[in-house]
Design a protein. Structure first.
Length: 96
């Protein structure tokens, strides 16, 4: 099932994917040539969020680069996911 979210009531709901972003994600899945596995720890959540924000704005990067974020615990993953959803709702979880 879908991951549970403790999204704060003040957070915006994520917008629908733009056609260009949806196409880039779909096109990139079978042919990405480069992968980045990034370890993310709470003091650096902002850096990972900034990277994903910039990455989400570059369709060609999405087509070519697979991004995998690694967390030290399920709780860290949930906090990051909820924070990203609240602070940068336009960054789709499909990117990472």
């Amino acid at each position: 099932g879908a991951p549970k979210s403790s999204l704060h009531k003040e957070c915006r709901q994520p917008p629908a994917l733009s056609p260009a972003l949806a196409e880039a994600i779909a096109a990139g899945l079978p042919r990405r040539r480069v992968g980045a596995s990034i370890a993310v720890h709470p003091p650096k959540f902002y850096a990972a969020a900034t990277f994903l924000d910039q990455y989400s704005k570059c369709p060609e990067a999405i087509r070519q680069l697979a991004v995998v974020l690694t967390f030290s615990s399920q709780q860290d993953l949930e906090v990051f996911r909820d924070s990203l959803l609240c602070l940068r709702p336009w960054v789709p979880p499909e990117l990472w």
